[in-house]
Write a protein that binds this ligand. Structure first.
Ligand code: SF4
Ligand code: SF4
Length: 710
């Protein structure tokens, strides 16, 4: 990572105004969004939007032709180009030919994308942003930090300072007063402007209409008062029919600002008369800028389903910590990373793609049904394909790919780190490793890994076999979890087998774009785990379960490797996570929970992969309650703990405050124990409490259930 990128992260993290404002906003947003969608079938709605937008993405040329035909029949001039420079030149030429001296604009990300304002200003044209947030950042000489709320990173005090300079009067940080000042300042700009420039939320091919949704009414003035109106839209805004507006209109305000409906919805169909009786000069620019290329890319086509609601930013645990400016000058957050890689260049996403912790929160709320984390992984894969792996990663993966060497090194590290460990933790690491134990202890590497302990376990014989995939953490840090799991499965009448050749699930390599390495790990594990005649393959780590259920297949598919696909599918079908299997065994009567015990209060942390890919949220909760625990829900129970595999090692400065927030949320419940189904989350949260009071015990669900299962 570039030094100045790391510096920009540090700067953002130290900006208390930024983190405070975004933290409060995202907390309130989640609650309000849920309320806004009450009684609405979100899955059906976003399914419809995805269908509409996907159809449009498959027919961009045809819909552009139809749009042009219908808009021109209604008096508009339509200009189509792939090239941002030609868009800038077109608008400047229209301005020159009509003697335009001043322009008013309503919010448009497409104009940000092509850096229109500086271009017009160079031509001697004054440009006034009229959306309040855009005007604020224009006065501040900044770029938007958020697609919908461009000045969300600024406090009212900072805005008062800016406005004070503008009106040459000391203004208090009083929001209604500041809004009044903005209105007074902008009104004459509307009246004197020769040209209005707007974006568009939707472009309807069937009628040649542009749909605009705003909350301030400024777009109505921009599009109606000046004699010339220029609309700039990316072609992903096209939809086929007028009826297609409805689902987007329904979702956009709910997802963007948790409103039922945007205050102003304008539909502009063709040129309209000016107040002096002349007709408005209406220009509509359909900009491609690699959108067609994106539509032809089978992986990235879905990114064109975006309706620019910014919901994905509002729920992103990283965005709420570092804000938008760290992501660059135009598009921000997870979707911004994808758009930057395409509309700017892949290389520009090199640093920012690393900000994504792969928690999946954005995917859950996206009304365009876009798998943002998966697309960010694809960016990583393409970057590695283009640039190769950094030397240090190459070395690490060559070790991980050699199971005997990898495990041998872990055993050696266990011995070497013994002088540094106490009570099962590594609390301080020396030299350049010191940062890794800042705010969180690491687990000591087990003196005897699970694979060695397994050989000594005596199990009752059974015809019903189940294979256990331990994953690196249970194998080498928490072998006692593996032992507890075996006792539980023995109680259910299974004999557990542990194929010794199993190795890393490949998730660390895959999440860093090293798909070839991940594919190698996948083949090793398939060979190891499918060789036994077993009913299931169980894992007590959701990341490993997701790898075996989904990612082995998608890794082979991404690489175009077909040889191991049938076996990967077979493995996927047999793989199951701990809580889902135990729930099934309880339902079948093969396991039962001791009744009548009261075991105290416990709160539950949802691990990202368990909740968002395996969809197991109720199972562990029900099991814990049946076992006799009092379940107390914490705020943001499903927000990432900051572990993210190697993320916490690569970006500890981001991981640490996420963990702090998680611990605060756990403590608010007053429960003495927090349960979770992921050994990675156990490592993060247990290590956090070890360094911050040790007042809460952190357990894998299976450790809490073992005694209660019969
Ligand atoms: S990616 Fe999805 S959530 Fe993000 S802005 Fe686009 S539509 Fe909204
Ligand atoms: S997966 Fe998580 S971290 Fe990544 S962009 Fe989405 S919300 Fe942000």
């Amino acid at each position: 990572m570039e030094c100045d990128f790391k510096e920009s992260i540090q700067k953002a993290l130290q900006d208390a105004n930024l983190t405070g404002a975004l933290g409060k906003f995202s907390e309130a947003y989640k609650i309000n969004r849920t309320k806004a969608y009450e009684g609405i079938d979100f899955e059906a709605l976003r399914g419809k939007i995805a269908e509409i937008k996907s159809y449009a993405a498959s027919n961009l040329d045809q819909l552009s032709d139809l749009f042009q035909q219908n808009a021109e029949a209604r008096g508009a001039t339509v200009f189509r180009t792939n090239d941002p420079a030609k868009v800038r030149e077109y608008i400047a030429r229209v301005a020159r030919e009509n003697g335009v001296k001043s322009v008013v604009k309503s919010k448009s990300m497409a104009t940000e994308e092509i850096h229109l304002n500086p271009h017009l200003e160079k031509e001697g044209i004054s440009v006034a942003e009229t959306d309040l947030g855009e005007w604020i950042i224009q006065l501040a000489g900044q770029t938007p930090s958020h697609m919908v709320m461009p000045a969300i990173h600024m406090t009212k005090e900072e805005v008062a300072d800016l406005f004070s300079k503008e009106v040459d009067e000391r203004l208090a940080a009083d929001i209604p007063r500041l809004v009044k000042v903005a209105r007074n300042e902008l009104r004459p700009r509307f009246l004197e402007a020769d040209m209005g420039i707007s974006g568009g939320n939707i472009a309807v091919a069937e009628t040649g209409s542009i749909v605009l949704m705003t909350n301030e009414g400024n777009a109505r003035l921009v599009t109606s008062l000046p004699r010339i109106h220029v609309v700039l839209v990316g072609i992903e805004k096209l939809v086929a029919t007028y009826a297609d507006i409805a689902p987007i209109l329904k979702a956009l305000p709910k997802s963007a600002t948790a409103q039922q409906l945007t205050s102003y919805v304008s539909i502009i169909t063709g040129a309209t008369p000016n107040t002096d009786g002349t007709m408005k000069d209406l220009h509509i620019i359909l900009m491609d800028n690699r959108r067609t290329e994106m539509a032809n890319d089978p992986k990235f086509k879905q990114a064109l389903q975006c309706i620019r609601c910014a919901s994905c930013l509002n729920v992103c645990p990283i965005f709420r910590l570092v804000g938008g400016h760290v992501f660059g000058k135009v598009y921000t957050g997870g979707i911004g990373t994808i758009l930057t890689a395409w509309f700017d260049e892949l290389k520009k996403s090199e640093d920012i793609q690393g900000l994504c912790i792969q928690c999946g929160s954005c995917k859950d709320v996206c009304p365009g049904k876009i798998d943002i984390p998966e697309l960010i992984m694809e960016i990583r894969r393409r970057l590695v394909q283009e640039q190769g792996l950094p030397l240090i990663q190459k070395t690490i993966y060559s070790v991980v790919n050699n199971r005997k060497l990898f495990h041998g090194m872990l055993r050696a590290a266990s011995i070497a780190s013994r002088p540094l460990s106490s009570g099962g933790f590594l609390r301080h690491l020396p030299l350049f490793l010191a940062e890794l134990t800042d705010g969180r202890s690491l687990p000591a590497i087990a003196a005897e890994p699970f694979r060695d302990r397994f050989k000594k376990i005596v199990q009752p014989e059974s015809k019903e076999k189940i294979a256990f995939y331990a994953g690196c953490l249970i194998d080498f840090a928490y072998p006692e979890m593996g032992e507890a799991l075996i006792r539980i499965l023995n109680k259910a009448g299974f004999q557990v087998v542990f194929p010794d050749e199993q190795t890393c699930c490949g998730a660390p390599a895959r999440y860093n774009g090293a798909y070839e390495v991940a594919a190698h790990n996948a083949v090793d594990n398939i060979k190891a785990l499918l060789q036994k005649d077993v009913a299931h393959i169980i894992s007590a780590c959701p990341t490993c379960t997701v790898a075996m259920q989904h990612e082995f297949i998608s890794t082979f598919e991404s690489l175009g490797q077909t040889e191991w696909l049938p076996q990967a599918r077979e493995l996927s079908e047999k793989t199951i996570d701990f809580s889902t299997l135990v729930t099934k065994l309880v339902e079948e009567g093969r396991l039962s929970l001791k009744e009548g015990t009261t075991l105290g209060a416990v709160t539950y942390h949802d691990s990202c992969h368990l909740k968002r890919t395996l969809h197991a949220t109720e199972q562990p909760r029900e099991l814990l309650q049946k076992a006799g625990y009092e379940l107390r829900e914490m705020p943001e129970c499903d927000t990432c703990c900051g572990m993210g595999g190697s993320y916490s090692l690569k970006l500890p400065e981001i991981s640490a405050p996420i963990l702090q927030r998680k611990m605060k949320n756990i403590r608010t419940t007053g429960a003495a124990t927090v349960a979770m189904d992921c050994p990675g989350c156990v490592m993060q949260i247990r290590g956090g409490f070890d360094q911050n009071g040790g007042d809460v015990q952190v357990k894998h669900t299976l450790e809490l259930l073992e005694e209660q299962l019969a």
